[in-house]
Design a protein around this ligand. Structure first.
Ligand code: FE2
Length: 164
């Protein structure tokens, strides 16, 4: 899968699907080019797993990036990832990767094969709560997204699989 911005491919994903059962693992590689839109670093579309309690593991191979994670209740966590760093995305966390370097950011990933992806969760909140921006001093900084819509209690319960 390749995702484009204008005429250029921003990131591409190549993976192996052995099947669709939770006992199988999808394994692959993601590559994102460096760049920014305004001051915001290039990022993946981001998602929560369609079966939200499925986790994922990422392993940095090349470049410098971040995993931007958000809980259904709106807590943000950021993990920096460089070559050979391992990032565990726990069950129920929305996740998106960001290239904060000046070269391709490449990671391996692995997750249960029945996980699926819900990309709409970010759109329904008008984006993630935080954006990863160039701070103008050679580093990155989190900035609050003023358009962010907090999820209501019922939506959070539904995501967590709790009875309403
Ligand atoms: Fe995922």
């Amino acid at each position: 899968m390749a995702v484009e911005s204008g005429a250029c491919v921003v990131y591409e994903v190549t993976d192996y699907h052995p099947g669709n059962r939770c006992q199988d693992l999808i394994f692959g590689v993601t590559r994102m080019v460096p760049g920014k839109v305004g001051r915001e670093f290039f990022m993946t579309r981001g998602h929560i797993h369609g079966i939200a309690d499925r986790p994922e593991v990422y392993i940095g191979k090349k470049g410098r990036g971040l995993m931007l994670m958000e809980s259904p209740a709106g807590e943000t966590r950021v993990i920096e990832i460089g070559p050979d760093d391992i990032c565990y995305v726990p069950p129920f966390w929305i996740h998106r990767s960001v290239n904060i370097g000046n070269e391709d950011f490449v990671m391996l990933f692995c997750y249960p094969a029945d996980s699926g992806q819900d990309y709409g969760i970010i759109a329904r909140s008008n984006g993630m709560k935080h954006r990863v921006m160039d701070d103008g001093k050679g580093c990155w900084a989190l900035e609050e997204n003023p358009a962010y819509q907090t999820r209501n209690r019922d939506d959070i319960k539904k995501l967590l699989g709790e009875a309403g």
